[in-house]
Design a protein around this ligand. Structure first.
Ligand SMILES: [Zn+2]
Length: 75
């Protein structure tokens, strides 16, 4: 099944000032996020994932299955 998904996110650079030591993993797929993250409004706040693929995965699978994901708590 292929649905037309409207992605709303944007790339954000990971600035040293706000996260220089922590390792950030994609909350949807667990992949390590390195230099930049894909930020989008997940319904309960802004989520940062590893790329637009995971916004789509969140919208098509994660949210219908588990409900709204809370934004990452540690920043
Ligand atoms: Zn991901």
């Amino acid at each position: 099944m292929t649905a037309e998904i409207q992605l709303t996110g944007r790339w954000v650079e990971r600035e040293l000032a706000w996260n220089d030591t922590d390792v950030l993993n994609c909350p949807v797929c667990g992949r390590l996020i390195t230099r930049r993250a894909w930020a989008f409004d997940a319904g309960a706040g802004e989520l940062r994932v590893h790329g637009p693929d995971c916004e789509e995965l969140y919208l098509t699978y994660w949210k219908p299955t588990y409900g709204l994901m809370k934004p990452n708590a540690d920043y």
